[in-house]
Design a protein around this ligand. Structure first.
Ligand code: NDP
Length: 277
């Protein structure tokens, strides 16, 4: 697909999609590297999204990102699926090969790990607490285990944390832990992978697991501190982050899959500063 100026067209499919920052990020990448491309947001139909994505590729679309609520439902249209997408059980990037084969990949987990590495927030053998057992947690567990960290997972609905632990234990050291049993543990990094912030809430974790040196990371992002970030700062953590870096890095890894260029993260973060609510 190309428009009147013969630009290569890429798109993100989601529903709703108005909030997506992916067009801002990718169009910034194109500008940065002088590429004749355009990236658009498509509000996909909840019943016909697979047909719509196929049509996008038939019309010449070069690559696609997938966001909520479709990430787990894209497998049927893929001809090739990467291991990391299979393990995450979700696809966020599609690439058309030889004009007919669709590759499905997932860059969320590697995007998260890249952000941690760029900011010096992680070392092998670190003990990491993940709060939440939804799609976001599922995406980050494998890269963290593969990197060599020990994962502790907790969730409001404990059974879901237990389920993830059973699924991922073949990849490394992962334990599930009830919220009420958290106090005795010492974590290098605590990740809020819940969606509590959407309802202006925060996960109820004991404050004494947060120390001065504990790194606290909220996968959610907004232009001011989230409730979880405020809580961690209140209990004296000196290293508190939000998920903007993850967002930009997952986009950068998708961009790399399509263009074989890894974009400048710092410049993109600077550009995005005024675009996050
Ligand atoms: P899901 O809906 O799949 O999972 C939600 C999780 O949050 C569940 O574990 C749920 O617990 C928990 N939860 C929700 N509300 C509360 C609450 N009030 N207190 C405690 N736990 C709660 O969502 P995702 O996993 O897809 O997304 C999670 C977060 O990650 C979102 O904030 C999302 O914006 C963010 N995200 C950020 C990305 C980035 O690039 N920065 C990328 C992807 C996601 P229970 O099982 O008990 O219901």
């Amino acid at each position: 697909m190309s428009n009147k100026t013969n630009k290569n067209i890429y798109a993100v499919f989601g529903n709703p999609i108005y909030h997506s920052k992916s067009p801002d990020i990718h169009n910034f990448f194109y500008k940065l590297y002088n590429l004749n491309c355009n990236y658009i947001a498509i509000n996909a139909s909840k019943n016909f999204f697979l047909n719509e994505i196929s049509l996008f590729f038939k019309n010449g679309g070069k690559g696609v990102n997938i966001t909520l609520p479709f990430k787990e439902k894209i497998f049927p249209i893929c001809d090739i699926i990467t291991d990391r997408a299979k393990i995450a059980g979700a696809i966020n990037t599609l690439k058309l090969y030889n004009k007919k084969f669709i590759l499905g990949d997932n860059t969320d987990g590697i995007g998260f790990l890249s952000d941690l590495l760029q900011n010096n927030l992680i070392k092998k053998k670190n003990d990491i607490l993940i709060i939440g057992a939804g799609g976001a947690s599922r995406g980050i567990i494998y890269p963290l285990l593969k990197f060599g960290c020990n994962i502790f997972i907790t969730n409001r609905t404990f059974e879901k944390a237990k389920f993830l632990m059973k699924e991922f234990k073949k990849f490394g050291n992962i334990k599930c832990i009830k919220i009420k049993n958290l106090k005795s543990n010492k974590f290098h990094l605590i990740v809020n992978a819940t969606s509590a912030e959407i309802k202006n809430d925060l996960p109820l974790i004991p404050s004494n697991i947060i120390k001065k040196k504990t790194i606290c990371y909220d996968m959610f992002y907004r232009n001011k501190d989230t409730n979880f970030m405020k809580f961690c700062k209140k209990y004296k953590s000196k290293k508190v982050y939000n998920g903007i870096g993850m967002l930009v890095n997952q986009a950068a890894h998708s961009f790399f899959i399509w263009n074989k260029i890894f974009p400048d993260i710092k410049k993109t973060l600077f550009f995005l500063k005024n675009k996050i609510n």
